[in-house]
Design a protein around this ligand. Structure first.
Ligand SMILES: [Zn+2]
Ligand SMILES: [Zn+2]
Length: 368
């Protein structure tokens, strides 16, 4: 068994908008927890908001705080009773959520809607948001929040399971019409992975709506039809591409104002809409109430990625779901500031920007 260091490097938020790499203690795993060495952690669209400190007392709950939640790594120590679930050396992909396990939502399997959010004493963990996260060399996790990875899945690929899972969960809510046409609004990382998952689940065609350069990238990465909103109206463009008809499903992956209204007018009678993007609190959409009723259009709000990580990992391992071509940049932990700037300002066509807190090989087995 390898020796676990007492201290590690971690990216620590010290005040709103302020962060530095510090040496901090490595914590011991408690019952039903494991200590993981972090191989790779991807920057999420929510991370800049957490770093900025725009939600004081909530994300993060207090300072100092270690963020980061889209990660993969290796189990290096077991807490009490964890041996029934995992073993040392297991390579795992993380999940940001672990519900309290006892409330009505958790009992029904909807731990992403745990009724005890924010009450750590009930057992809930939202790693990297309300509890210590993965921008560090090590972190402790509940056995519920890690998923064993197949040997052929790299840590870098594992760090994209969270993002792909957002697409998978949204599609489990809405369903996908086999042989149908699905629209993706917003060609960011969630949108592009959602586009690929829609195909895997049976969509015959995908139409991606957005603007260059990300729209062009969506074309290179597998979109069947592109609708450039700088050149045409989004709804007219989609309907024209679909023979004048509405499409089967629309997945909103941008959170931008006006897109829910567009999605409603893009779908066919009985069409379904999944809202995967995270809008700003202030976005208040004007929607055609009567049109929704008359056309029996269903709208599904979708939150995070519960119960899908193992499915996503199996699809990555089988080669059916490619995720690694979305990783545009990789940085060591010491260069977090540069990594965040690259991600936020989309420098050099940045899509997913990954941090490797333990170096190139993730401190263990690495298959690129
Ligand atoms: Zn995320
Ligand atoms: Zn709960």
């Amino acid at each position: 068994m390898e020796s676990i260091p007492k201290e590690m490097k971690a990216l620590v938020l010290t005040a709103p908008g302020k962060f530095e790499v510090q040496t901090v203690p490595v914590h011991a795993p408690g019952p039903f927890e494991v200590l993981c060495r972090i191989g790779a952690v991807a920057i999420c669209g929510s991370d800049p908001e957490i770093v900025r400190g725009g939600l004081p007392g909530y994300w993060p709950p207090a300072y100092p705080f270690i963020p980061g939640h889209e990660w993969a790594g290796q189990v290096v120590a077991l807490g009490e009773s964890s041996e029934h679930f995992l073993k040392i050396g297991d390579r795992v992909a993380g999940e940001a959520w672990k519900g309290c396990g006892h409330c009505a939502s958790c009992i029904a399997g909807h731990y992403n809607r745990c009724l005890n959010y924010g009450k750590l004493e009930t057992g809930i963990r939202h790693y990297g948001f309300q509890f210590r996260g993965a921008y560090a060399q090590y972190n402790i996790y509940s056995v519920k929040a890690v998923h064993r990875m197949q040997d052929q899945v790299s840590f870098r690929e594992g760090s994209l399971v969270d993002t792909a899972g957002v697409g998978m969960h949204g599609m489990e809510l809405t369903g996908i019409t086999a042989g149908g046409t699905a629209v993706i609004i917003g060609p960011g990382p969630i949108g592009i992975l959602a586009m690929r998952i829609a195909k895997l689940l049976g969509a015959a065609r995908t139409i991606v709506v957005g603007r260059p350069p990300r729209l062009d990238l969506a074309g290179k990465l597998g979109a069947d039809i592109l609708v450039d909103i700088q050149k045409q109206d989004a709804v007219e463009g989609v309907r024209a591409a679909n023979g004048g008809m509405g499409v089967d499903e629309v997945f909103e992956c941008s959170g931008a104002e006006g897109t829910l209204n567009q999605a409603i007018r893009m779908v066919r009678e009985g069409g379904r809409i999944g809202l995967l993007g995270v809008p700003h609190e202030k976005v208040m959409e004007k929607i055609p109430f009567k049109y929704i009723c008359r056309n029996e259009i269903a709208v599904f709000g979708s939150k995070a990625n519960p119960n899908v990580s193992d499915k996503v990992l199996a699809l990555i391992a089988s080669g059916q779901l490619v995720v690694k071509d979305l990783i545009s940049h990789v940085f060591p932990l010491e260069e977090f500031g540069k990594a965040l700037d690259t991600f936020v300002n989309r420098k050099d066509g940045a899509m997913k920007v990954v941090i490797e807190p333990n170096g190139r090989d993730g401190g263990g087995l690495f298959l690129s």
